[in-house]
Design a protein around this ligand. Structure first.
Ligand code: SF4
Ligand code: SF4
Ligand code: SF4
Length: 254
């Protein structure tokens, strides 16, 4: 008997960048070993990291970066109108990311420090879902390549798209890492969504929660742990604010 031949229509795919370092798009473009197979699923219409061609007919849009200017708002709204599926791609897009640190300073302070007083338009940083409806979020600073590939395969084949519900600690323990708390550091791994393979803690760096909170976290118990270990609650608040991914759990007064 002959093997069946499966055919499917390639997804018309476009990728766009807003205020960010473009590291998430580069994660995809740099993965040479699987790039051919990955892009065989996609009809790439716009993706400036890999092609100078630009086409406006796409079904799925990956949107990287946060929003910091009025022209970005208009551009994002145009993308939303065109895309059947809009994906917030990376921590900047999902939560605001490191760019959100800017919101702690006045525009005048930022311009004086960073742009030497040159006039520049800059609004408070907003995540993509503050402006338009988002159909799917892929967190990570940067995103995990294997996870993105798995999600794109799911989209291309019409399968259910899922993110891990459990925390980074699971992946960290699978790798038999010494817990950062036992080394006297605050680590957000027990409240952060897994999927990065505990890349930071495996390198002896505490998790700063770039993937946002895991499902069903026990935040009061986590706070108790930090206090029991005699660690600084204000350091914890700094860490919670680093990627702006724990907005609901931060308390600037502590
Ligand atoms: S999420 Fe991180 S890697 Fe991705 S664009 Fe933002 S700053 Fe860069
Ligand atoms: S180092 Fe962090 S991620 Fe690893 S087990 Fe400890 S709290 Fe969890
Ligand atoms: S360990 Fe934490 S900060 Fe590091 S990549 Fe994973 S979720 Fe992000």
């Amino acid at each position: 008997m002959k093997n069946p031949v499966y055919t499917f229509e390639k997804l018309k795919f476009a990728s766009f960048e807003f205020t960010c370092c473009e590291g998430c798009q580069l994660q995809l473009a740099n993965r040479e070993a699987s790039l051919d197979a990955f892009f065989s699923l996609l009809d790439v219409r716009t993706f400036r990291e890999i092609s100078s061609e630009k086409h406006d007919d796409y079904d799925i849009a990956f949107v990287e970066g946060s929003i910091s200017r009025s022209d970005e708002i208009e551009r994002l709204q145009v993308i939303r109108k065109q895309a059947k599926i809009l994906v917030a791609f990376g921590t900047c897009a999902c939560f605001g990311g490191v760019n959100s640190l800017k919101n702690r300073f006045s525009t005048e302070e930022c311009i004086a420090e960073v742009y030497d007083g040159q006039p520049i338009e800059t609004l408070p940083i907003r995540k993509i879902s503050d402006i338009v409806q988002v159909d799917l979020s892929i967190p990570g600073c940067p995103v995990a390549k294997e996870e993105v590939e798995r999600i794109v395969v799911s989209l291309a084949t019409g399968s259910l798209v899922t993110l891990p519900k459990y925390p980074v600690c699971v992946e960290c323990k699978e790798q038999l890492n010494t817990c950062m708390f036992d080394l006297g550091e605050i680590c957000l791994g027990s409240i952060t969504r897994a999927g990065c393979n505990a890349v930071c803690t495996s390198g002896k760096t505490p998790c700063l929660g770039c993937r946002g909170h895991a499902d069903d976290i026990n935040f009061p118990a986590f706070m108790e742990l930090v206090k029991e270990r005699g660690l600084s609650v204000s350091d914890l608040q700094e860490k919670l604010g680093f990627y702006n991914a724990f907005e609901a759990y931060r308390d600037d007064e502590t």
